[in-house]
Design a protein around this ligand. Structure first.
Ligand code: THG
Length: 368
């Protein structure tokens, strides 16, 4: 039997014992941690998310904490989205770029105090990046990875579960807003967020020794709603049009190419990392855009683990960056990162594994 086990280099989340006890069968690696993917029945896990409620160990969504007099200044320098109106208790989706305007991460930023921020990061080493930028700019800010691990509760019945634990106030949380609270003395922050479009919350555990206790509390509160296990689902996020930074993008992709232009404010200060490049890219017009693909065929095609070529008249015009079977559309769907000369409605050819060619059409995102 093939086995991967937690070490200091492959850090277990505080929920690791719980997910093992629940029978986790597959996982991927994210931020040098184990991200549970499935508990053996992907179909059930998908439909539980769509129709009911699921809980996911997303402890891999690490926090990069900025604390100190210059924390707010650094937060803005790291992000080309204007943060000047962000309130304490508010979260914002903030693409992060390098100096060339290339997308390097797409965190949710949480403002806890005027001098305390968390960047809840996708899979790249922003902790390194933030320390280097802060040192070069001589900022007075302490950058750490705090003991914080999100547990996601997602799906149409998530509000019923989360309010039964924390109280009715959770119904009033606006999208990405959060509140610091506790349950049985376990310190947490509760946010309306999560990597699905089925509605939901994330409970940020603030004491890694109490992961199994928190897991049990959520599991028990979820029993009346038949809460299921699972992990962030590729089919649902693709149908819903969520971006997966590092899968949909590579080290040449800018935010305009993957539908994140709305989160870029070109008039932020000149010292924001990447803003000069983004202004240039915006003025010249990005070369590619992200569209949906619907593949011909009525049965599941192989997943795309790597980018695969998209052809028009035998010429490469872009890449298919993912491919999944959509249970609701009963089609194979994916994302294209493709030349702006290609448009919705057009037919394209995909060069799939072993040179097999598959026809597909370009459509708008989201699919549903
Ligand atoms: N939750 C937390 N941290 C995270 C993620 C999360 N870190 C990594 C990763 N996910 C970050 N990426 C995203 C991508 C999209 C969204 C959230 C996090 C998202 N987007 C909505 C959309 O695109 O429709 C809304 C964005 C908006 O309009 O503000 O939710 O899931 N803690």
């Amino acid at each position: 039997m093939f086995q991967v086990f937690p070490t200091a280099r492959l850090r277990p989340s505080p929920f690791f014992n719980s997910i093992m006890a629940e029978g986790c069968t597959s996982a991927s690696i994210y931020n040098r941690m184990i991200l549970p993917a499935s508990f053996g029945d992907k179909d059930k896990e998908y439909w539980d998310l769509i129709n009911g409620v699921v809980m996911w160990d997303v402890g891999v969504e690490r926090q990069v904490q900025l604390e100190g007099p210059d924390a707010g200044k650094l937060a803005q320098i790291l992000s080309p989205r204007d943060l000047s109106k962000c309130k304490i208790g508010q979260g914002k989706y903030v693409p992060m770029c390098n100096h060339d305007g290339v997308l390097i991460n797409d965190p949710i930023m949480l403002k806890l105090r005027e001098d305390l921020y968390w960047f809840s990061i996708a899979d790249s080493d922003i902790w390194f990046w933030a320390r280097a930028i802060a040192a070069e700019r001589r900022l007075n800010v302490k950058i750490t990875e705090p003991d914080v691990s999100p547990l996601a509760v997602q799906g149409p019945k998530s509000a019923a579960v989360v309010s039964s634990i924390f109280g009715d106030w959770v119904h009033d949380l606006k999208y990405f807003w959060f509140s610091e609270t506790e349950i049985n003395g376990i310190p947490v922050a509760v946010q309306r967020s999560g990597w699905s479009k089925q509605g939901g919350f994330e409970i940020y555990l603030r004491d890694g020794k109490r992961g199994d206790e928190l897991w049990k509390i959520v599991k028990e509160a979820g029993q009346p709603y038949a809460i299921g296990n699972g992990g962030p689902t590729s089919p649902e996020r693709t149908e819903s049009g969520l971006v997966s930074c590092g899968s949909d993008s590579d080290d040449t992709t800018n935010p305009y190419e993957v539908r994140l232009g709305n989160y870029i404010d070109l008039d932020v200060a000149d010292d924001v990392v990447g803003i000069q490049a983004l202004r240039r890219i915006h003025a010249e017009g990005p070369k590619r855009h992200q569209l949906g693909l619907i593949l011909e065929g009525e049965s599941p095609d192989p997943l795309a683990f790597h980018w695969e070529d998209i052809l028009v008249d035998g010429q490469k015009v872009g890449d298919m960056t993912n491919c999944v079977w959509s249970p609701r559309l009963q089609k194979n769907i994916g994302y294209a990162l493709i030349s702006r000369s290609c448009h919705v409605g057009e037919a394209v050819t995909l060069r799939r594994s072993a040179g097999r060619e598959v026809q597909a059409s370009l459509v708008d995102i989201p699919f549903l």
